[in-house]
Design a protein around this ligand. Structure first.
Ligand SMILES: [Zn+2]
Length: 397
């Protein structure tokens, strides 16, 4: 095929830019997303506030600006005067504070064993004016459902199970005001519900959280609309336990004491580590003996392990790396003992700003990399002035 023909074909298959969609895109976006991609975008973007200035988008056709970060991208809506349509690959600051969300709570009429068993639902659109896209083989698709599946939500008709609470998402009911918080993403959404719905939430000790960017929740008028959304595959769902009613949870995990693990969070101004405590020994052991003891505890063939190394600025610590699993082990002399730690996460260069930030970071790292939930952090013996050490007890998620 000659060059001229290829270009012509490409232009022919490029979508109409203005007329077909409720927004304006530039040619690059039109080419990158194609007709199908733009149609999908039109289903997922809701013009409320401009993501540049924060003011109402009004009735004029907004522009779409795509920020392409190679494997994923965000597409957001703007006033034409604030942001011309475009596709850029330079990272811009998150527009999150300007994003609007919308919720609606209702009772989903369901039957169980021939009897009515209505279930309360809170439908959330977490970002009306912005949607995340992910790229697979050069093909961009909306990433909302995969994103929320990562934090534990499920797809109706596939793996969604009623009554199995999703860990680390909690609902709080204050009168008829319902608030849902996702620990993993830090997102929180509130909305009013009818007293009938809130009564059912209290009876059942939870609510179905349904997240979708393909709906504007206040526009949901009938259960059929929601069922259609469920069937479209454009919603992620999970059963969220109501705070304070944990005893009602039918499938609450109870951790056996033997499955408790201890995690150590150690942080200073330039450095932070969090990891699982594997073993401790007498702190009077000389370094060489402590290292030999640590190797016997790690119990891996020595040719898998890279030589001991010291992190800069921490004279009491030595690292060793398993070259196969890329797992770091840390041997550190604390004021009470030598401790061997399987590292889950570390920060070098700039430590957490304060203890709250350190704890949040560590709790998240333990959850994601250690698959455990921290019950509490308590101060423990440390190494030297300038460093703080906290001990956390964790149970499997
Ligand atoms: Zn604007």
């Amino acid at each position: 095929m000659g060059k001229g023909k290829r270009l012509r074909n490409r232009r022919q298959s490029a979508p109409m830019i203005d007329a077909d969609y409720p927004f304006v895109v530039d040619e690059q976006t039109a080419i990158n997303l194609g007709r199908e991609g733009l149609a999908e975008l039109a289903l997922h973007l809701w013009p409320k506030d401009c993501q540049t200035c924060g003011w109402d988008l009004g009735q004029t056709r907004p522009t779409v600006h795509v920020n392409d970060l190679i494997t994923f991208a965000s597409a957001s809506l703007h006033h034409a005067r604030c942001q011309p349509p475009g596709w850029t690959t330079t990272p811009v600051l998150s527009s999150r504070p300007l994003l609007s969300y919308a919720t609606q709570s209702f009772l989903l009429p369901l039957k169980e064993d021939g009897k009515r068993n209505d279930r309360p639902v809170i439908l959330v659109n977490p970002s009306l004016e912005q949607v995340l896209l992910s790229s697979h083989d050069g093909h961009w698709t909306v990433n909302t459902v995969p994103f929320y599946r990562e934090v534990g939500l499920r797809s109706p008709g596939h793996d969604f199970v009623f009554d199995a609470p999703i860990p680390d998402i909690v609902a709080i009911l204050d009168g008829d005001e319902l608030t849902v918080t996702l620990d993993d993403t830090g997102q929180t959404w509130s909305g009013g519900c009818t007293s009938l719905t809130s009564q059912r939430v209290r009876e059942l000790g939870g609510i179905i959280l349904a997240i979708s960017t393909a709906a504007d929740p206040p526009q949901m008028q009938a259960a059929e609309q929601f069922l259609a959304l469920m069937q479209s595959g454009q919603v992620a769902m999970g059963w969220v336990a109501l705070a304070g009613t944990e005893a009602l949870r039918p499938l609450q995990e109870v951790a056996a004491p033997s499955s408790l693990s201890v995690y150590l969070l150690h942080w200073g101004t330039h450095h932070a580590t969090v990891g699982e405590l594997l073993a401790t020994t007498d702190r009077s052991l000389p370094i060489a003996q402590a290292q030999a003891w640590a190797l016997s505890q790690i119990n891996l063939p020595e040719d898998r392990l890279l030589p001991w190394d010291q992190p800069s600025g921490d004279l009491n610590a030595w690292y060793i790396l398993d070259a196969i699993s890329v797992q770091h082990y840390l041997l550190r002399r604390y004021t009470d003992a030598w401790k061997l730690i399987k590292v889950l996460a570390r920060i070098d260069g700039r430590g957490p700003a304060d203890e709250t930030e350190a704890q949040d970071w560590a709790t998240r790292a333990v959850r994601i990399h250690g698959n455990s939930r921290i019950i509490s952090w308590v101060p423990g013996p440390s190494t030297e002035p300038g460093f703080t050490t906290l001990h956390g007890s964790g149970v499997p998620r």
